[in-house]
Design a protein. Structure first.
Length: 385
């Protein structure tokens, strides 16, 4: 593991206590959130040495959760995002996991199927994207150079996934989990958040099915439950985390009763021995509303889940430490702060300073705004003569 860092400000000490995430013991509770950066190879969705450097730079995180990684070609919805379903993709991810482990870090692979938040340019044979029910998301699909009118074009209508296709979808998740293990990941996170496919089954506004996967809340949660069970069978529960988001995400839909739906989802996931539950609190970056309702939902989900509870959502270090001290969470994932500060735990321990993220380089491109953010060591070094 990276050298243990302790904060100069004792009020932040909760962030630097060891954590127990499944079978892993972490040096701190400062985790790296999954961050789509759209820098994978366009022809085969593989990773490169540049990705290995990026993740290795951030190995001091208690746990890194990888950028969202599609489980199949059908699961892709954005330009230049990685996959974890071909031999070539597995080999490319080994560069990353080896680099992280050599730097003393731990990394989980986030398994992703976007559902309707896609475009025919990404789909096998140019077909329709799939969802719980037929609908057209609001907004634009990020297609990059895959479409002549890109980089952003209007979403097209997704079709309802047929009931007889669901076993194949679950097998895709199982296969991706197997590939992640072969690639050297310490575990996987099943992405059930942000209004992507599994969340499209969960949310009442996107699920109008009349089979065993629609109607009642239990039915709407069935796909999540079956996917998680399949992945746990493949890897063992202590290597599996799950991500949920009560509000927000692309596409412009929501659930009618998130204060009932998502605590019930957390309850269903409890008692399985999962590594963790990772919940995005509604915040300005995800499009969800903040306030008392958000706090109530997070509290209810925390109470409903019996394992390691990770919170995410525009946290500053002092607030993150307070959440852990108050037992509102066991760990906190940081996104933009980790993006711009590869040595974030050390910076938090020293009270900063923090690099500002460059939003113009978030998606696409190369090393600029990706691997060139300075560490404290580089900031403190004198300029060469």
């Amino acid at each position: 593991m990276p050298d243990t860092v302790m904060p100069s400000d004792r009020s932040l000490s909760a962030l630097f206590k060891p954590g127990h995430v499944g079978a892993l013991t972490t040096d701190n509770r400062i985790f790296m959130a999954p961050l789509t950066r759209s820098r994978s190879e366009a022809d085969d969705n593989t990773q490169t040495a540049l990705h290995a450097l990026y993740y290795a730079q951030r190995a001091s995180a208690g746990v890194i959760v990888s950028e969202a990684t599609q489980i199949s070609q059908q699961g892709q919805g954005y330009a230049w995002t990685p996959g974890i379903y071909t031999d070539e993709q597995v080999e490319s991810w080994k560069l990353v996991t080896d680099a992280v482990h050599n730097a003393g870090g731990r990394i989980f692979c986030q398994l992703w199927h976007v559902g309707a938040i896609s475009h025919p340019v990404f789909q096998p044979d140019g077909g329709q994207p799939v969802s719980a029910s037929a609908w057209t998301p609001e907004g634009k699909a990020f297609v990059g150079d895959h479409h002549q009118d890109g980089p952003q074009v209007s979403f097209e209508q997704a079709r309802a996934l047929r009931t007889d296709e669901i076993p194949g979808l679950i097998e895709d998740y199982r296969h991706a989990a197997r590939c992640a293990a072969k690639a050297g990941f310490d575990g996987v996170e099943v992405h059930c958040a942000n209004n992507y496919l599994i969340d499209q089954f969960i949310r009442s506004e996107t699920n109008h099915r009349d089979d065993d996967y629609g109607g009642s809340l239990q039915n709407r949660l069935r796909l999540m439950e079956e996917v998680v069970a399949a992945v746990c069978d493949e890897l063992s529960p202590e290597r599996v985390g799950v991500r949920l988001s009560p509000m927000g995400g692309p596409g412009g839909t929501s659930d009618a009763k998130p204060e009932e739906t998502y605590p019930e989802a957390a309850k269903i996931l409890s008692g399985r021995g999962l590594a963790y539950l990772h919940v995005i609190r509604p915040n300005s970056h995800t499009g969800g509303e903040e306030g008392e309702k958000s706090d109530r939902i997070m509290k209810s989900m925390r109470e409903a889940f019996d394992g390691f509870f990770i919170a995410n959502g525009n946290f500053e270090p002092d607030e993150a430490a307070q959440w852990i001290s108050d037992d509102r969470a066991d760990g906190i994932t940081f996104g933009r702060l980790f993006l711009a500060n590869p040595d974030l735990p050390e910076r938090i321990a020293q009270g900063g300073p923090y690099n500002d993220p460059d939003e113009d380089t978030f998606y696409g491109g190369g090393a600029e705004g990706y691997t060139d953010y300075p560490t404290l060591e580089k900031v403190d070094d004198p300029l060469p003569a």
